[in-house]
Design a protein around this ligand. Structure first.
Ligand code: NAD
Length: 257
């Protein structure tokens, strides 16, 4: 599968899943635009490294996905968008009656509304190019719930609903819109929690992963950022041209329970 000549914009891609997806899209030949809300030398260096490693054009554009105007400006500044991966996301854990209002607002803005703004700005570019792929990184929490994650669960269910609507609005065009629903993914953030969990539970690494972290993931294995990147590349392939408005779970069986 070659994505040569396509430009992919991946929101929230200076770490974790977004970075993994950007790398797999670049490996498949796409030019990539990385993004986050920071503007550090290392952000731009990350893009340069990807460009060098895979022989593609790779840029980093700063934009805060909690602000609608910046979401739209990211797409405009990139100048072209064949593949849009809405990945930026944050989490906060608290009971509904204690959930900080500003955290609720931030989660809805970054995890849900940003996808509306970027997609609205990208669709005219996709129509002009005669081809487009929107891939929303939702979550197993877009299909099921957990206590204390009301904003996250609401936002991710919203992303799944938004995905279906965009798919219907573009159904007769060579544009698709789908959501990927990961279970627990081994990102640097998750990796960093393992030593603390080992201490708290007095367990070795394998036991803490199986018994504490992956209690809801029947495979008892984390998904990887490479697997999520590979799923994104598949959704951009010709084989996936008739896949639209749906969710693909990459969750080791979580949502089969
Ligand atoms: P992460 O914290 O490593 O990555 C989040 C990315 O979003 C980072 O690049 C961060 O800089 C960026 N970001 C945060 N706020 C932003 C803002 N205001 N503007 C622009 N960028 C911003 O986390 P991750 O695990 O890679 O998560 C990526 C996505 O995958 C999220 O949407 C998350 O909900 C989803 N997800 C993660 C898991 C998991 O187990 N890690 C599981 C299911 C879904």
């Amino acid at each position: 599968m070659s994505l040569k000549g396509k430009t992919a914009i991946i929101t929230g891609s200076n770490s974790g899943i977004g970075l993994g997806v950007a790398r797999e899209l670049a490996r498949a030949g796409a030019d990539v635009v990385l993004n986050s809300f920071t503007d550090r030398e290392e952000d731009h260096a990350l893009a340069a490294e990807i460009g060098k490693e895979f022989g593609v054009t790779a840029r980093y554009i700063k934009a805060d996905m909690s602000k609608g105007a910046e979401c739209r400006a990211l797409i405009e500044q990139a100048g072209r968008c064949d593949i849009l991966v809405n990945n930026a996301g944050i989490q906060h854990v608290a009971a509904v009656d204690e959930f900080p209002i500003e955290k609720w607002d931030a989660i809805i803005a970054i995890n849900l509304s940003s996808a509306f703004h970027t997609t609205a700005a990208a669709l005219p570019m996709m129509r002009k190019a005669g081809w487009g792929r929107v891939v929303n990184i939702a979550s197993a929490h877009g299909l099921t719930a957990s206590p204390f994650k009301s904003a996250y669960v609401a936002a991710k269910h919203g992303v799944v609903g938004f995905t279906k609507t965009v798919a219907l609005e573009t159904a007769e065009e060579p544009i698709t819109c789908n959501a990927i629903c990961p279970g627990y993914v081994l990102t640097p953030l998750v990796e960093a929690q393992i030593p603390d969990q080992m201490k708290v539970h007095d367990m070795d690494r394998e036991t803490v992963i199986r018994e504490v972290m992956l209690t809801r993931q029947p495979s008892k294995e984390f998904a990887t950022v490479e697997q999520l990147g590979g799923t994104t590349v598949f959704l951009c392939s010709d084989a996936a041209a008739q896949i639209t408005g749906t969710t693909i779970s990459v969750d080791g069986g979580w949502t089969a329970l």
